[in-house]
Design a protein. Structure first.
Length: 246
């Protein structure tokens, strides 16, 4: 079972079609095992094979389950709020949830066919929010894989990251100022449940020329207002906690 799931994870972040030999290399499996797993997943509809190239891509069963999950979580309700937030601010507005060591963007302006949806927790404002207010059973920053540097500003020391998360909790928002890409500034706030855990994170992303120091509080107010609205839309009444208050 775990090996089959590992095969599916090979296709994260808009990965291209893969041959069975490429899957075997990525996972360290024998070619025969990779072929067998791919065939099994193909038979269940989780992979499909191009008859011309014999390469595999995600199949219709994944699409069906993804759409079901999207609507069961009510994520289709988030798009109008995020579009309105983006219109008012001129920034890219995104909604993310946590999946292991990643923040996964599930709605908003960054969701495009050509852009991967997973972001590292340690180097993004979305990720810092999700780490700062973990859900029950979620591990903390100490369990993350080695902290990769994306720019000279990326936090790669665990003690420094822990201190950063303390500051995030104290100020009730997170900032990514050139930590994942040069010239990009992002602020994020949590959508909290009744346990005080971040079910989602809302982010505004732009350039430092857009999200300026002078206007930062205004952008933060816009993001927090949207997070409150999304708490109402996405969480049952008994589980609502709203966004963290400043």
């Amino acid at each position: 079972m775990q090996r089959a799931l590992d095969v599916l994870h090979c296709f994260h972040d808009n990965a291209p079609d893969l041959s069975a030999s490429e899957i075997s290399r990525r996972l360290g499996l024998s070619p025969s095992t990779a072929h067998r797993l791919a065939r099994t997943l193909q038979g269940a509809g989780f992979l499909e094979q191009d008859p011309r190239t014999a390469r595999y891509r995600l199949g219709p069963a994944v699409t069906e389950l993804g759409r079901l999950s999207y609507h069961q979580r009510g994520l289709h309700l988030a798009s109008p709020e995020l579009k309105d937030l983006a219109r008012r601010t001129g920034a890219t507005a995104d909604l993310a949830l946590r999946s292991g060591p990643h923040a996964v963007i599930v709605a908003g302006g960054s969701v495009t066919p050509k852009v991967g949806l997973r972001r590292p927790l340690h180097s993004t404002a979305l990720g810092k929010v999700l780490l700062a207010w973990p859900r029950p059973g979620e591990s903390g920053a100490e369990s993350l894989p080695p902290l990769r540097a994306f720019t000279e500003r990326t936090i790669v020391d665990r003690a420094t990251l822990a201190a950063e998360l303390e500051q995030v909790r104290a100020q009730h928002f997170a900032i990514n100022d050139g930590e994942s890409a040069q010239g990009i500034r992002t602020l994020a706030v949590p959508v909290l449940d009744h346990l005080g855990a971040a079910r989602f994170a809302v982010a505004l992303r732009g350039t430092p020329e857009l999200i300026t120091t002078d206007r930062f509080d205004w952008f933060l107010t816009q993001a927090t207002t949207c997070a409150h609205a999304l708490a109402v839309l996405l969480l049952p009444p008994s589980q609502r906690g709203g966004a963290a208050e400043r």
